[in-house]
Design a protein around this ligand. Structure first.
Ligand SMILES: Cc1cc2nc3c(=O)[nH]c(=O)nc-3n(C[C@H](O)[C@H](O)[C@H](O)COP(=O)(O)OP(=O)(O)OC[C@H]3O[C@@H](n4cnc5c(N)ncnc54)[C@H](O)[C@@H]3O)c2cc1C
Length: 527
């Protein structure tokens, strides 16, 4: 992972000339005055933890698993939101942990938490480091130091139960490696977020992630049937049956808890058979309103494709649904509908790729869609993990590009869409605002916005003003502050507004019970 950007540097993407022109002519984007900081020039504070405290940590995990090198600290600084990248590109390493700890077992995690609670050392659980909500930038105030608890060594597929279709896995397993290990058993999680290449199973659960194929496989929290969690107050082992009426489901307290209640050390996950066939196709609608109506009918009446997304007019024009061919957009609104299923035609059209494709196609055509064949679907599939690489090129060119996501009920969706757009247009100078419906449910859907604007003055402060306006607009329009990115530090206030004062008190009470000294991810999630 590039320390100051996204992913594998070998996959860096150049901006096509027509996009450079558009940035310059339409948005007024100019090259930044100063080049990005070099790795050597990133400013880091001295390690705040004393040698005695570092030695005590090493007694738990071993000396080689306590890293204080410049490289380790910079690599564990913040996450991968655009403000995170802007700060590190400006040489700001102020959120770097003092040390990176690499525990090798649940017992070591639990022992580290006990020690850190006793020594008042703040602990940031660290999965793939792809948080985009400030979920890895803990507060230092009142603590002897901050450590990143990197779960990379907890990366085993522990067991496979093909009868129940459940696997047990460790949290530090990155998604591609998890899929590789599962494929040996003919299994898949079917969880493919855009951060797939680097994010971990523990991070997916801790931040309630949702993947591009959520229509077919569900969100990640739908896949979690059990969790083992280490907290400073002791262990939790949750989930022993597919459904239960034994009181409130405490798994739901830990899902989305973003490291503030405990460290997930094992996950029991529902899996599916690897599909033998995948077919992705494109459809065009005349307007976002018409396309939205069609997606609603599919979500409510079926058959539901495995992948389903609808770009608005601007996103379709720019061609963002096919990032490898960016700039090659078209008119109208593009739908990508994908079907995954058994290789052979089954007797039931409800489960076969052809049957579901024909059924969903009939609905899309009835609702005014025009079939575009499989070319747009293949282009989407080819570039499905490429867009984050474009962000690095845009930042270098002097543009700020960031995403905003929310969700609402179908009846509230048009108002939510307008509210977000108006808020952005009101704060930023002639931004490009694109949107797609990224995940659908019977009762509503999520809206995923991509915003591009020329960097003006301090680009972090510029974006923070926009973010504040958009968050207020989402709350006022009745949407949730996050459908799948989580709360972190950036969404805390809006989350508090969603929960109300009693809800906030409940969260604080749970935090006080599980983490009485408040060492776990201070400043994250809990308002
Ligand atoms: C380019 C890009 C694209 C993205 N696309 C998507 C997308 O399509 N869908 C989506 O849902 N998200 C997406 N995200 C957001 C991010 O990838 C998800 O939130 C993901 O779940 C984070 O996983 P991670 O392993 O990187 O966790 P991290 O970023 O390391 O951690 C996330 C939070 O969880 C906590 N945490 C991590 N591991 C544990 C653990 N084992 N126990 C307790 N707490 C833990 C951390 O302290 C932090 O607060 C994207 C991010 C980027 C940068």
């Amino acid at each position: 992972m590039l320390w100051s950007g996204w992913g594998d540097p070998a996959k860096a993407r150049e901006l096509p000339p027509q996009i450079r022109e558009l940035l310059h002519d339409l948005l007024g984007v100019r090259e930044p005055a100063a080049p990005a900081a070099s790795f050597e020039s990133v400013r880091l504070a001295p390690v705040a933890l004393s040698p005695v405290r570092l030695a005590a940590l090493a007694d738990v995990v071993g000396h080689e698993q306590v890293l204080t090198s410049r490289t380790a600290r910079i690599w564990h600084t913040r996450g991968k939101s655009t403000p995170d990248l802007l700060r590190i590109r400006a040489g700001d390493g102020s959120a770097a942990p003092d040390a990176v700890l690499l525990p090798g077992s649940h017992e070591e995690v639990a022992a580290l938490l006990r020690l850190c609670a006793a020594e008042r050392i703040a602990v940031v659980p660290f999965g793939g480091g792809t948080s985009v909500v400030g979920g890895l930038a803990a507060s230092r105030s009142g603590f002897a130091g901050v450590v990143a608890l990197d779960l990379a060594r907890l990366d085993r597929l522990v067991s496979v139960d093909t009868e129940s279709m459940i696997v047990t896995a460790e949290p530090g397993l990155r998604a591609p490696e998890a899929e590789r290990l599962l494929e040996r058993h003919g299994l898949t999680l079917g969880h493919f977020p855009q951060s797939y290449e680097y994010a971990t199973l523990g991070g997916f659960a801790a931040a309630r992630s949702s993947g591009q194929a959520s229509a077919g496989y569900g969100r990640f929290d739908d896949m979690v049937v059990g969790l083992t969690v280490a907290t400073p107050s002791g262990d939790l082992d949750l989930g022993r049956a597919p459904k239960s009426a034994a009181g409130p489901d405490l798994r739901q307290l830990l899902l989305g808890s973003e490291g503030a209640f405990g460290v997930i050390t094992a996950l029991r996950l529902r899996v599916r058979r690897v599909p033998g066939r995948r077919v992705y196709e494109g459809w065009r609608f005349g307007s976002f309103r018409e396309g939205t109506a069609a997606l609603r009918v599919l979500a409510q009446e079926g058959p539901l494709p495995t992948v389903l997304r609808l770009s608005d007019e601007t996103e379709t024009m720019i061609g963002l649904a096919r990032p490898d061919d960016i700039g090659g957009g078209s008119s109208g609104c593009l739908v990508i509908a994908g079907y995954e299923g058994p290789a052979e035609e089954t007797e039931s059209p409800a489960t076969s790729v052809e049957g579901r494709g024909a059924g969903a196609g009939a609905v899309l055509a009835r609702m005014g869609g025009v079939p575009l064949g499989t070319d747009p679907g293949q282009a989407w599939e080819h570039g499905r993990f490429s867009a984050p690489y474009l962000r690095d090129s845009l930042l270098a060119a002097g543009a700020t590009v960031e995403t905003i996501e929310t969700a609402g009920f179908w009846s509230a969706l048009p108002r939510l869409y307008d509210a977000v757009r108006l808020a952005l247009l009101g704060v930023l100078e002639s931004p490009l605002v694109m949107c797609h419906i990224s995940h659908v449910y019977e009762t509503g859907a999520s809206l995923y916005f991509t915003v591009v604007t020329a960097q003006k003055g301090d680009p972090v402060a510029q974006w923070e003003r926009a973010k504040e306006a958009v968050s207020a607009a989402i709350v006022a329009a009745g949407g949730t502050i996050s459908h799948h990115h989580g709360v972190g530090r950036d969404h805390r206030e809006a989350y508090a507004a969603e929960l109300g004062p009693v809800g906030v008190d409940i969260l604080r009470a749970v935090k006080a019970r599980l983490d009485p000294s408040g060492i776990l991810n201070p400043g994250i999630l809990i308002p």
